[in-house]
Design a protein around this ligand. Sequence first.
Ligand SMILES: Nc1ncnc2c1ncn2[C@@H]1O[C@H](COP(=O)(O)OP(=O)(O)OP(=O)(O)O)[C@@H](O)[C@H]1O
Ligand SMILES: [Mg+2]
Length: 389
Amino acid sequence: MTIVCGQVPPAVIGAGGGLGDLVYPVDGIPAAGNALLADPAETVVVLGIEVILEEALAFAEQLRIERPQVGVILLRESLDIAVLTQAIRAGIREVVPVSEAHLLLEAVERIRQLSARVPLLPAAASGAPRGQVVTVFSAKGGTGKTTISTNLAVALAEGGTYRVCLVDLDLAFGDVAISLQLNPRRTVVDALSLGEELDSAKVASLVTNYSPGLDCILAPVEPGDAEKIPASLVAEILALLGGMYDYVVIDTPAQFSEHVLVALDASHHHVLITTPEVPALKNLRLTLDMLDLLSYSRNSRLIVFNRSDADVGLSAADVERVVKSPITAHVPSSREVPASINRGTPLTAEQPEHAVSRAIRLFAQEHVIGEPVAEVARRSGRGLRLRRR
Ligand SMILES: Nc1ncnc2c1ncn2[C@@H]1O[C@H](COP(=O)(O)OP(=O)(O)OP(=O)(O)O)[C@@H](O)[C@H]1O
Ligand SMILES: [Mg+2]
């Protein structure tokens, strides 16, 4: 039943069409929240014109985290671009003028169809440990960190079982927004104006939604803003995200910055990327030595050999010999990868059966979902003591 809060056009509820008996009327946001609690399968809430905008926005923000499958439709007297912008930012799916009953019915139908394609398994029911943090790193630029992290996040979120947050920690030159065609209206820089004490509601206000179940924290638009973000702030955000999502995937720059160390500290999985090129391999060897030196747990390491089939003279056996570690996953090379980035849709979402998509999905299922790590890889006895600013 569609939960309807407040007044809606008679044609929507009335006999002979509309939603008919399938409406569950409630008289305020708290009652709508209770109705959702009572019906875990419900996927649509309509908020009528008398619902105060700020309350509607806060409700949608909360639902986006707690019940990402629920679509909120907001009715207003007329369409106003400022309201529309705020509504989209809050995660409201559609804003409909109250006079257009047919548009409301179509919006309800769209949300129902989308939800039918996404199984409604609540994350807790899956039995997976919550808040597994995955840092994707390579000390060599251009090896495929952004490609692997975006596609991994999509693969973890697909099916709707898990809630995933992708964090772009390449603070100066992050590519996540452009790779996913997201408008970076909110970025991690906005965390600076959220006051001293962060909490999950404040962190929720930083995220940009990509698809049901997948949110992103985007890198600053101006490269100069990267310097304003203390590593301790990143640590706080990551700690809170761990309690809000099933998986947090972190894309990184190609250097051992303080921010990257904070991410490695907070991570259950260190996904280390190499390609079949001598400099990439050399840097992976140095990275592994560095991680050993910093006493990170070896249990957290997953080595991904990207472009593994590129016939350039270095085989998987060569890689394993040099890095003295087994390769966890092989991702083939394909022109479809840059083409998908140019189209702004990760290959895993666009062509789920492509060899690259299959390799990343298998990696996600077998090694990230399938092998949860109980403890973060934090360096023993060398914990960073970080203070904000
Ligand atoms: N499996 C692949 N097949 C073909 N091209 C790939 C593959 N993986 C990555 N690429 C291409 O390699 C380039 C670098 O990839 P990507 O941006 O993901 O690397 P990165 O490590 O994030 O780079 P940077 O260090 O600059 O952030 C991109 O043009 C991407 O399309
Ligand atoms: Mg990158």
